[in-house]
Write a protein that binds this ligand. Structure first.
Ligand code: ARG
Length: 701
């Protein structure tokens, strides 16, 4: 026995499962046996007492979880950080533990109110006492970690708990003598696992599987070579023995019903301070301002979720709720992250939601010089579809050519400082690229409220329409198309060959003929099949009237290509009278510009198809410019391409039979995009009918 080693325990006189504050307690209220619990506790006490001195704190009626002394506080040397329990059910234990610590002569630190921390349940020293692993996510707030670092003068490594069954760090993580670590990796997020792997060499990591984890194998008391735990599988026992440990199993079933085992039932009171170890704060915090229809548009939820999902934590410092339907709300949120890297990732996403730093914290954007053409500096900020402003020399400068997946290049022009969204491949040596996350803001116009219902055109918020709503969307799109045509607006269609296969060709032709569409974007295929249908009545060899394959029909599409190649181009085929109907015929006749971007297939290309993809993209971007509305008809990749080069504010309708495509495309986080899951041929036919109805209200119906 190591006489100098002390542990604190609390007899289970008042122990019971009286409430539910963790998943283990569910269904176990008053289900633990008093006698068995007393016996099990006694056995554990005996085992620990053979290895160390055991101190006892007097149990208190009404505080059944007081047996779990690990949650009393965190001790290092003569200093204690007292727990501040998350759940009111346990907060009454605090004064009793505090009194005990003070009686023993410890210096007791108390965290600010509303900053939960659950002691040695969520903070574990490595056995050499060189660093403190601290958990957060369920009971302890990340913002408590810097206090631990400060008061205990030790490096704190923050680990994020992800599985509510393992709500305290000591339920899934147990540092052992000689630098070993017993732990259950799935209980942590990816970042935390990486941190663990960086700090603990592979040969020292004893990762366990779920069956051991749910038997609380990680909730072990380690005294030198001895590991005391509830239960271990044969395999785990062998691994621990190979690492030089002696495993003592002692059943603690009655305490498992409350979500605790041997480690929870003990608190190591003697934790020596290492003279050469000092604090190192890795937790970073920033305060942000958010404004808009925070509640109505769900912006605040999205922002807070994003912080937590990104591995950070938040505190809402201020929230001013807009009182009228049209008034906006504003919030001040303190964001904390376990490291600079995590903070940067979270910040980049918050910027995209329109969050800005407080005026007193704002600084100029950081710039880095391009040293290799076409390659951005490592930490470049990547752009979104939202209007973006960059702070240069104390001024906010609006970026030009807003588009997604670009970088921002800042330069000095005659008219002053400029900022431009630029593609990676266009970067030149010497360009100044915005890096990191400072001095960047995106402007989100708070439009959701007004757009809903009051304007004549609204897609009822971004979203994916189910079949039931197809007709409604058709009505709205029809209305908008009419309005844009009358006002000289600009409508761009991106279409895939499915439009032809599903019989939508004639409807799209008509929309073009009647002046509803100003540009058409697609690939080689839509043109080939449209022309095949115009020349031979088939689409990929299928008779479009009868819906059956035509004998020898597989030749048709290359025959069509050959015909156009002979003419020189689609326009010349129209000129020569070879092509006399169809979508592309109408485009040529009505001066609708089109761009056909590439083909990976060997069926072609048509002379009009741009096989240089960089050129094709530039061409697309040119035609998308100034668009008021974009209809995306059953083509995933061309639509995504177009979506990325289109700034926010352009109305977008995506029609596809595959819900995944629709969701992906309409998820621009803005009201002006809508998805329709339906057959594109059907959609176009309904749309044409709707336009007829608007034009000749009395004739049809
Ligand atoms: N019922 C207690 C709670 O949920 C169990 C505490 C277990 N303690 C521990 N250090 N893991 O708070």
């Amino acid at each position: 026995m190591t006489a100098s080693l002390r542990f604190l325990m609390c007899a289970p006189h008042h122990y019971d499962v009286d409430y539910v504050i963790n998943p283990w307690m569910e269904g176990n209220i008053h289900k633990s046996s008093k006698n068995t619990a007393a016996e099990q506790w006694q056995d554990l006490y005996q085992i620990v007492a053979q290895q160390a001195t055991v101190d006892l704190v007097k149990p208190q009626p009404g505080w059944p979880d007081m047996v779990f002394t690990a949650n009393a506080g965190l001790i290092l040397g003569q200093t204690v950080v007292l727990s501040r329990f998350f759940h009111p059910e346990r907060q009454g234990e605090e004064p009793y533990f505090k009194a005990w610590f003070e009686e023993q002569g410890f210096t007791v630190h108390e965290l600010p109110k509303d900053l939960p921390f659950e002691g040695a349940g969520d903070a574990l020293l490595d056995r050499e006492g060189r660093m403190l692993w601290a958990g957060y996510g369920f009971r302890t707030e990340l913002d408590a970690h810097p206090y631990l670092a400060k008061w205990l003068d030790i490096e704190v490594l923050s680990l994020r708990l992800m599985d509510e069954r393992f709500y305290h760090l000591d339920t899934c993580f147990c540092p052992l003598t000689n630098g070993y670590l017993l732990y259950y990796p799935p209980a942590f997020d990816a970042y935390s696992n990486r941190l663990i792997e960086m700090r603990v060499p592979a040969e020292k990591r004893i990762a366990i599987d779920e069956p051991d984890a749910i038997n609380f194998a990680c909730n072990a008391v380690n005294i030198d070579r001895v590991v005391v735990l509830n239960q271990a599988s044969q395999e785990l026992r062998q691994r621990l023995e190979q690492a030089g440990f002696q495993v003592i199993e002692t059943p603690l079933s009655e305490f498992l019903k409350a979500g605790g085992a041997s480690k929870c039932l003990t608190l190591r009171v003697t934790e020596p301070v290492q003279a050469d170890v000092h604090a190192e704060a890795t937790v970073e915090s920033k305060t942000l301002h958010l404004e808009g229809h925070l509640l109505d548009s769900g912006l605040i939820n999205r922002a807070l979720d994003l912080i937590v999902e990104g591995g950070g934590s938040f505190q809402v410092l201020k929230f001013d709720l807009g009182e009228q339907r049209q008034s906006t709300s504003s919030a001040q949120v303190k964001v904390s992250a376990p490291s600079h890297d995590v903070m940067k990732k979270i910040m980049a996403q918050l910027i995209d939601l329109g969050a800005v730093a407080l005026p007193q914290e704002v600084c100029d954007a950081q710039l880095e010089t391009v040293t290799q053409a076409g390659v951005a500096p490592g930490n470049f900020y990547s752009t979104t579809i939202y209007p973006t402003e960059i702070r240069v020399q104390g001024q906010w400068v609006r970026a030009r050519n807003q588009r997604m997946d670009g970088v921002v290049v800042v330069s000095q022009a005659a008219e002053g400082m400029t900022a431009d969204c630029c593609l990676l491949r266009d970067l030149q040596v010497g360009d100044q690229v915005v890096v990191n996350v400072d001095g960047i803001r995106t402007v989100r116009k708070p439009d959701l409220r007004d757009a809903r219902g009051t304007q004549e055109f609204s897609f009822m918020g971004a979203g994916v329409s189910s079949e039931r709503r197809v007709e409604l969307v058709v009505e709205q799109v029809g209305w908008e198309l009419r309005k844009l045509r009358d006002q000289g607006g600009r409508v761009v269609v991106v279409a895939g060959p499915v439009v032809i296969h599903t019989g939508g060709g004639e409807h799209l032709s008509r929309l073009i003929r009647e002046g509803y569409i100003q540009s058409l974007l697609g690939g080689n295929a839509i043109a080939v099949h449209d022309i095949e249908q115009a020349l031979m009545g088939t689409s990929l060899g299928v008779d479009m009237n009868r819906g059956v394959s035509v004998r020898g029909g597989h030749r048709h599409h290359i025959q069509a290509i050959n015909t156009i190649r002979r003419c020189g181009s689609i326009a010349e085929a129209v000129e020569q009278g070879v092509l006399s109907k169809g979508i592309f015929y109408e485009c040529v006749r009505h001066n609708v510009s089109f761009s056909l971007a590439g083909s990976i297939r060997d069926d072609g290309p048509l002379p009009d198809t741009q096989m240089n993809l960089v050129e094709a993209q530039a061409d697309y971007a040119r035609l998308v410019q100034g668009a008021d509305m974009i209809l995306m008809l059953s083509t995933m990749l061309h639509s995504i391409g177009v979506g990325n080069m289109t700034p926010a504010g352009v109305k977008m309708v995506c029609v596809d039979i595959n819900p995944a495509v629709v969701t992906k495309l309409s998820d621009r986080g803005s009201v002006e995009s809508v998805g329709v899951v339906t057959d594109v041929g059907l959609f176009l036919s309904l749309l044409v009918q709707q336009l007829d109805r608007l034009t000749h209200p009395y004739l049809i119906r």
